[in-house]
Design a binder for this molecule. Structure first.
Ligand SMILES: Nc1ncnc2c1ncn2[C@@H]1O[C@H](COP(=O)(O)OP(=O)(O)OP(=O)(O)O)[C@@H](O)[C@H]1O
Length: 378
């Protein structure tokens, strides 16, 4: 297992332990290699709040699992109450983004605002030489600094969620699972007799029970759950919906309208609680404007018109594109092939092969065929 390079033998390392199999394996392997491992688990949310019992239900189980793994390994382990910070930095942003008709990615916000900021500071305060996580991404020492690369397991690669990582954070981080595939991780867990070796993979968004994100948003921002109209690109009503938070641009399932051809969400008008749908040709987008761009190689922002590959959604394959400054602080991406599902709020991440160069938040993604004015654009 690679990627613990640059650390002195026996150095103190903080491992971010979620209670899942991945970070448990990181802790086990680093402890076995002689590092002084300090496990830290963040209490991020608590579905047991309603019962008044702290740590009840899922979050509590994960903390319990992390504690058991730490005991088994004989390492120090701390649980930190981050609920308030996580709510402010991640959950509120998640709800606000949906309420604005956009599609959030809470995992990036969590890495950016919680794990790689507050937790990283705590690791430094604890005198650690590094903060290690169970992310599937590779960190490679390059000629001009540390580079971030896709994880070796294409089905697990999490580099997309790490696009907002700064060079300074990357210097301190370690991703020891980056060169493994998940089956290997589970085999290592079994070899070390970790109680979580068979634990199922965690759900998509840790703080959303049963994957029902619309319900979570509705509880926080009732406005996003207001019913509204579903219209075609000409503004003609086709049906009704139960809240804009149930939709993302590019969505084609569970639209609740029947049509002779397959329909996609092409726009979400939060002000009018309106979802606009259209056939594939109406859903195509040739360009996107990215805000809050983060380049990992700060010395070398790309030349105008840099030819790269971009990924505009986690589950989307990368696609050829040109990236250039838009002149207003944003970056403009021109897709070589028009794309469907370029959703404001998602990240558009720029790669050169397996190397992650940077990324930004999709701010605006105009459709190739502008819809009628009255229908309301994305
Ligand atoms: N509550 C938490 N406390 C501390 N670290 C965490 C927590 N949640 C996640 N992490 C860290 O962030 C990494 C990536 O988080 P993610 O939610 O994607 O986990 P995962 O891929 O399901 O991994 P795992 O099997 O370790 O849960 C984890 O491997 C772990 O190092």
């Amino acid at each position: 297992m690679g990627d613990i390079d640059g650390l002195e033998p026996g150095a103190r390392v903080v491992v971010a332990m979620s209670g899942g199999v991945d970070s448990s394996v990181v802790a086990a392997v680093m402890a076995a290699q002689g590092f002084e491992v300090v496990g830290v688990t963040l209490q991020l949310y608590d579905h047991g709040n309603a019962t008044g019992r702290k740590g009840a239900c899922c979050a509590g189980q994960d903390i319990h699992d992390a504690r058991q793994v730490a005991e088994r390994l004989g390492i120090a382990h701390y649980v930190l109450d981050f609920e308030e910070r996580f709510r402010r930095a991640v959950i509120d942003d998640f709800a606000d983004t949906y309420a604005a008709g956009r599609t959030p990615i809470p995992c990036v916000r969590c890495n950016q605002r919680v794990k790689f900021r507050d937790l990283l500071d705590i690791a430094r305060d604890l005198g650690a030489a590094a903060l290690a996580t169970g992310h599937y991404a590779r960190r490679i020492e390059g000629a001009s600094g540390v580079e971030l690369h896709r994880g070796a397991d294409p089905a697990r690669d999490q580099s997309y969620f790490l696009f907002a990582t700064t060079q300074q954070q990357l210097d301190f981080l370690r991703f020891p699972l980056g060169s493994l595939v998940k089956d290997e991780t589970r085999a290592v867990a079994a070899r070390y007799g970790l109680p979580v070796a068979e634990k199922p993979d965690s759900q998509d968004i840790c703080f959303v029970p049963h994957g029902d994100h619309a319900r979570t948003v509705a509880a926080l921002r009732p406005d996003a759950a207001q019913p509204g109209e579903i219209v075609d690109v000409g503004g003609k009503p086709l049906g009704r919906h139960e809240g804009i938070a149930r939709f993302t641009v590019g969505q084609r399932r569970k639209l609740g309208v029947s049509a002779s051809e397959r329909l996609y969400v092409v726009g979400i008008d939060a002000g009018r609680h309106r979802i606009m749908v259209g056939p594939r040709r109406a859903a195509l987008c040739g360009e996107a404007w990215l805000a809050d761009m983060n380049w990992l190689d700060a010395e070398a922002p790309p030349a105008a018109g840099l030819a790269v590959e971009v990924q505009h959604r986690y589950n989307e394959p990368p696609t050829a594109a040109h990236v250039e400054p838009a002149g207003d602080g944003r970056m403009k991406v021109r897709f070589a092939t028009p794309q469907v599902g370029v959703a404001p709020g998602q990240a558009c991440v720029v790669y050169a092969g397996a190397r992650l160069l940077g990324g930004g938040w999709i701010d605006r993604a105009p459709l190739l065929q502008a819809p009628d004015e009255e229908a309301g654009a994305a």
